[in-house]
Design a protein around this ligand. Structure first.
Ligand code: AN7
Length: 358
């Protein structure tokens, strides 16, 4: 019989704070591919791998943390979970809550989340409310509700989320046989940056790896509080997943940057979309815009001479392109892509395709 991946709680049971009493709420998350990206290696001279987190059950890395957070919530007797979200957390919370037979309430910024994610939360039976504010407002209210009402908070301020997400670093070390020299992630709340750092630190402490990677995180220019060093009141970027002005894990991430000799940088929306095209058209991996910032960050740091030749670099791409596909249908100059229309005629189609009869 084929080996079936059992989800991160069962695969890493000895490295997470769970017991025989913990009900394991899983959709089989984790075990995602680490894909060598020859086109990015050719562009940079580094050995580049892409950790494709869009391959998780709801199409984003959030599932790693959500299996842990919802399992622990159910163990604690919770009947309802709540989160604020730019889209992916709400999709994941909705799926794991309904799988566990409990309710998910999700608060999202009105009109500011991708259609695929909105559809997921609704499909998975969440109580979805569009709040007339931004993500940071939604998180304030979610925390307030969890403090004063019988709902369990599953945003990444809940440490169970970070714990589940750290398993991605375990997988990288297992596949490469060591930690990479650099690990690059998109940054919104900086929870994932914090989680990878924790995972790599634990691998080093166990002797499974010989080093910590330098942790590089990227925010969109219009939404770059950590880079600027202050809260951004009206964050703005086409990468809606990371339109966050006051990151929840700001302090933990800053500490992780210090210890790992890491870096936080800002990338323009234009460069994000350019990287999005490179990843889909040259590597064959389709991601949402926020995820493409890892690729843009690599290219920017490489051009700045900060990535030595032959360095091993892992990029996490956090969410699947099918969640927010509209960006692929735009050309570089911003106009719509118009697929060519042809009649039902082999010869004419061959002609349009530039094929010459053999
Ligand atoms: C695709 O869903 O915050 O720095 O509410 O969806 O750990 O926040 C999403 C974040 C990167 C940033 N890439 O991760 C939410 C939410 C994608 C994301 C991030 C998010 P963090």
């Amino acid at each position: 019989m084929a080996n079936q991946w059992r989800g991160v709680l069962r695969e890493y049971a000895d490295r997470l704070d769970i017991s025989d009493a913990t009900p394991i709420v899983t959709l089989g998350e984790g075990g995602t591919p680490l894909i060598p990206a020859a086109a990015l290696s050719a562009r940079t001279g580094a050995r580049v791998y892409v950790k494709f987190e869009g391959m998780n059950p709801t199409g984003s890395f959030k599932d790693r943390g959500m299996t842990m957070a919802v399992s622990k919530a159910v163990e604690a007797g919770a009947k309802a979970v709540i989160c604020a979200s730019t889209g992916n957390t709400s999709a994941s919370a909705a799926a794991y809550a309904t799988h566990a037979g409990i309710t998910a309430a999700v608060l999202v910024p009105e009109g500011k989340i991708a259609m695929g994610k909105l559809a997921q939360a609704i499909a998975h039976n969440a109580q979805l409310l569009q709040v007339q504010g931004n993500f940071d407002d939604c998180l304030d209210i979610a925390r307030d509700l969890a403090n004063n009402y019988p709902v369990h908070l599953v945003n990444s301020v809940n440490n169970d989320r970070i714990e589940g997400q750290k398993t991605a670093a375990f997988e990288v070390v297992e596949v490469l046989g060591d930690a990479p020299d650099f690990h690059i992630v998109p940054v919104g709340n900086a929870g994932n940056y914090t989680a990878y750092f924790r995972g790599y630190s634990e691998e080093l402490a166990r002797g499974e790896s010989t080093k910590l990677p330098r942790m590089f995180g990227f925010q969109a220019t219009g939404s770059a509080p950590i880079v600027l060093g202050h809260v951004v009141k009206d964050p703005d970027t086409i990468a809606s997943a990371i339109r966050i002005g006051n990151p929840a894990s700001w302090e933990l991430a800053t500490a992780a940057r210090e210890v790992s000799d890491g870096y936080f940088g800002a990338i323009s929306d234009e460069k994000i979309l350019e990287a999005h095209r490179i990843l889909s058209a040259e590597v064959g991996i389709f991601v949402e815009p926020a995820s493409a910032i890892s690729v843009a960050g690599l290219l920017e740091r490489s051009e700045a001479g900060m990535i030595p030749r032959d360095s091993v670099v892992v990029l996490t791409v956090t969410g699947h392109g099918l969640k927010d596909p509209q960006w692929a249908l735009r050309t570089a100059d911003g106009s719509d892509v118009k697929p060519t229309i042809v009649p039902v005629d082999t010869a004419q189609i061959a002609d349009v395709l530039g094929l010459i009869r053999t």
